[in-house]
Write a protein that binds this ligand. Structure first.
Ligand SMILES: NC(=O)C1=CN([C@@H]2O[C@H](COP(=O)(O)OP(=O)(O)OC[C@H]3O[C@@H](n4cnc5c(N)ncnc54)[C@H](O)[C@@H]3O)[C@@H](O)[C@H]2O)C=CC1
Ligand SMILES: CC(=O)[C@H](N)C(=O)O
Length: 370
């Protein structure tokens, strides 16, 4: 019954966004996780067959890579998007399109993949996230800095368009927090944040020095139902949905009033594709903030309780993740992305909660059926 009610609610949510491509084309596609929401409107520039880029996604088996690959494959064809990682993919991912082993620390292997597959766009998702990075600084330095240098050199060598996400974690306690602007003091206190500021600056330097087509979005915390987060500070906002559906109880590691910027995964991958497709001359900057909503654990709980009133949340604060969150922005100013390349989010908190509960309930029902 819960599922039926949720699906009814989700089906009526259809966003309107403004197209900002050279030749705007409105088409109807199935969203990456579109079962409950049905047909959604997609605004992309038209793209003749021969114009398709050949895309490589590194770190593609994390929280975001598979959803991005789905959207890019729908757009450019299944065989034109290669997922890669150092882990073994689950069967459904392996069977859904090209997958290749790639360790970003292995420069020669990375170069071979780029050359042999005629790669033209590189989406660099491999990373060690904030909480795991504080537990293993050496690994974070290696993957997020040394690995990124390999990406930068190969992208420059082969004239690739390269997308590297940054994060709200690239700001720190001395940055303005409400909202954090595009340009301000950035003195993060995590190795994750330091490595992302390094990536922003190096990418912009290579753009100016060598003409590299470097593109970077500072993502907020991303919320997804089908994929698990990889060890960040915003993970609670995914975990709470699974606990709410499975046990009706959740132990939150952040204080109830910790407000952070957040976004639903469909908005995140759509923003990424739109930004990748934006004509170079519309990009005033090479690094943009993007955002959708800002909320605290208490506000998220309240919204979930509108559907699941029995949900109980207790707070058991983890000092490491709380200190990280306390140095991050409460909101992001993303007006430049909205102005320059037409960024517009679709999901606000009520739609996010509706959609997440629908997906997570469906998943739980399926799991019980097997
Ligand atoms: N998920 C989020 O809330 C946010 C993510 N981002 C950024 O988006 C990107 C993707 O994030 P997620 O998918 O959440 O990360 P994740 O932690 O879920 O996945 C990262 C992937 O990188 C892979 N990896 C680790 N070492 C590697 C190596 N040596 N070679 C190749 N792959 C390696 C891991 O196996 C993993 O599958 C990251 O750069 C992250 O910093 C930015 C802001 C928010
Ligand atoms: C916001 C991020 O970059 C990530 N989810 C993390 O919490 O580390």
């Amino acid at each position: 019954m819960l599922l039926v009610q949720l699906m009814r609610g989700a089906a009526v949510h259809a966003g309107n966004r403004s197209p900002h491509c050279i030749e705007p084309m409105v088409s109807w596609v199935w969203g990456p996780s579109a079962q409950p929401s049905g047909l959604r409107r997609a605004h992309f520039s038209s793209c003749a067959d021969g114009d398709h880029p050949m895309v490589l996604i590194t770190g593609g088996l994390g929280q975001l890579g598979v959803a991005l690959a789905k959207l890019l494959r729908r757009r450019f064809g299944n065989n034109n998007v290669i997922l890669s990682d150092i882990r073994k993919p689950p069967d459904h991912v392996y069977n859904s399109g090209p997958f290749i082993f790639s360790d970003i620390l292995d420069f020669k292997n990375l170069r071979e993949i780029v050359v042999n597959n005629n790669i033209s766009w590189l989406v660099h998702y491999s990373a060690v996230l904030s909480a795991v990075g504080e537990r293993n600084v050496t690994l974070a330095k290696e993957v997020n800095i040394t690995g990124f240098h390999n990406i930068l050199d190969i992208a420059t060598e082969h004239s690739l368009r390269v997308f590297v996400p940054s994060t709200i974690g690239a700001f720190g306690p001395s940055s303005p927090r409400d909202p954090a602007p595009e340009l301000c003091v950035q003195r993060p206190r995590t190795i994750y944040g330091v490595s992302k500021v390094h990536a922003e600056l190096m990418g912009e330097y290579y753009h100016h020095r060598y003409g590299l087509d470097f593109r970077c979005l500072r993502y907020p915390g991303i919320i997804s139902a089908d994929s698990q987060p990889g060890g960040g500070t915003t993970d609670y906002a995914v975990q709470i949905f699974h606990s709410a559906v499975k046990t009706g109880q959740f132990e939150c590691y952040l204080r109830g009033d910790t407000q952070l910027p957040m976004m639903y995964i469909d908005d995140c991958v759509r923003a990424t594709v739109e930004f990748l497709e934006a004509p170079s001359d519309t990009l005033v900057s090479r690094t943009y903030n993007i955002n959708a909503m800002n909320f605290s654990p208490e506000e998220l709980t309240e919204q979930i309780q509108k559907v699941l009133p029995d949900l109980k949340v207790v707070y058991s604060v983890d000092p490491v993740r709380q200190a990280i969150a306390d140095g991050w922005p409460k909101a992001l100013d993303d007006s430049a992305a909205r102005r320059d390349w037409g960024w517009k989010h679709e999901y606000e908190l009520p739609e996010l909660v509706q959609t997440m509960l629908t997906h997570v309930s469906q998943g739980a029902q399926l799991a019980r059926a097997f």
